[in-house]
Design a binder for this molecule. Structure first.
Ligand code: NAP
Length: 243
C-alpha cells in the first residue's frame, strides 16, 4: 500500500517543495495551506500536468478545531498517515521590548503549538499502525538564538525540545521523530532581506551560498527512508552554524 504524507504549510516555499518531492515518489500527499489558496491550486495543477495527484486542504494549523478537521479528513480518505511534516511557520523581526502578547500568541501558536497539536491528532493513527515518521521544520535560531527574532527563536527551540522528548516517548511504537533546522533558504520568508543583506549573509556561510528548497527536501527524502534515526536535529545550513 502506498505511503501517505501530511505536509503543513505546503502552498509556498519549503513545504511546497517537500510536498512536490514526496508526491513524485508515489506517496499520497495531503498538502495543507492556509491563506495562499491560489498557490495551492497552482501546485495541484502543476503536478496533475505530470500525471501526479495531490490533495490540497485548507486549515489554519494554529487552531485546534481546524487541525482536527484536517486530520479527520486525511484519515477518513486515506486510512492512515505514515509521514507528518510539521512545516508551517512564520517569522517576525522586532525588538524584544516591542513584542506584545498578541505577537507571542501568533508566533508560538503558528510555529510551535501547530506541531504539538497536529502531532497529537495524528499520533494515535501512527501508534495503531506501529509505524510513523514525524519531521518538524525547526531553524538554526532554535539552536543559537537570533537578535530581533526572540519569539521565533523561542518557538524553534521549543520545536527542538518537542522533537527530542517525543522521539523517546514514541520510539517503542516504531515512530521516529526528527527535526530539520535550516540556515537560510531562498523563500518568501527571506524577502525582507535586501540584496546587500543577503550578500553579507552569504559571506558568513562557509559554502558561500544561500540554501535552496531542494536542499531541505533531499534531507526529508533520506529521513523518510531511514529506520534508525530518531530524536535528532539535523541542521542544513552550509556550515553557517556549526555546534
Ligand atoms: P514561506 O515561504 O513563508 O512559507 C510558509 C508556509 O507556511 C506557507 O505555505 C504558509 O501557507 C504556511 N503557513 C503559515 N502559517 C500557517 C498556518 N497558520 N496554517 C497553515 N499554514 C500556514 O516560509 P518557508 O521559508 O518555506 O518556511 C517553512 C518553514 O521553514 C517554517 O517553519 C520556517 O520557520 C522554516 N525555516 C525557514 C527558513 C528560511 O530561511 N526560509 C530558515 C529556517 C527555517 P499560506 O501562505 O497558505 O498561509
Amino acid at each position: 500500500m502506498e505511503k501517505v504524507a501530511l505536509v503543513t504549510g505546503a502552498s509556498r516555499g519549503i513545504g511546497r517543495e517537500i510536498a512536490k518531492s514526496l508526491a513524485k515518489q508515489n506517496i499520497k500527499v495531503i498538502a495543507n495551506y492556509n491563506n495562499s489558496e491560489e498557490k495551492a491550486i497552482e501546485l495541484k495543477k502543476e503536478l496533475e500536468a505530470e500525471g501526479i495527484e495531490i490533495d490540497i486542504v485548507k486549515a489554519d494549523v494554529s487552531k485546534r478545531e481546524e487541525i482536527k478537521k484536517l486530520v479527520k479528513y486525511a484519515i477518513e480518505n486515506y486510512e492512515k498517515i505514515d509521514i507528518l511534516i510539521n512545516n508551517a511557520g512564520i517569522s517576525e523581526y522586532k525588538l524584544f521590548t516591542d513584542e506584545t502578547d498578541e505577537d507571542w500568541n501568533k508566533v508560538i501558536n503558528t510555529n510551535l503549538y501547530s506541531a504539538f497539536a497536529v502531532s497529537q491528532e495524528v499520533i494515535p493513527n501512527m501508534i495503531k499502525n506501529k509505524n510513523g515518521c514525524i519531521i518538524n521544520i525547526s531553524s538554526v535560531w532554535g539552536m543559537v538564538g537570533a537578535s530581533m527574532e526572540v519569539l521565533y527563536s523561542v518557538s524553534k527551540a521549543g520545536i527542538d525540545g518537542l522533537t527530542k522528548a517525543l522521539a523517546k516517548e514514541l520510539g517503542p511504537s516504531n515512530i521516529r521523530v526528527n527535526a530539520i533546522a535550516p540556515g537560510i533558504v531562498d523563500t518568501d520568508m527571506c524577502k525582507n532581506f535586501s540584496k546587500e543583506e543577503l550578500e553579507n549573509i552569504k559571506e558568513e556561510i562557509p559554502l558561500e551560498k544561500i540554501g535552496k528548497v531542494e536542499d531541505i527536501s533531499k534531507c526529508i527524502n533520506w529521513l523518510i527512508n531511514d529506520n534508525y534515526t530518531t530524536g535528532q536535529i539535523i541542521s542544513i545550513n552550509g556550515g553557517w552554524i556549526i555546534t
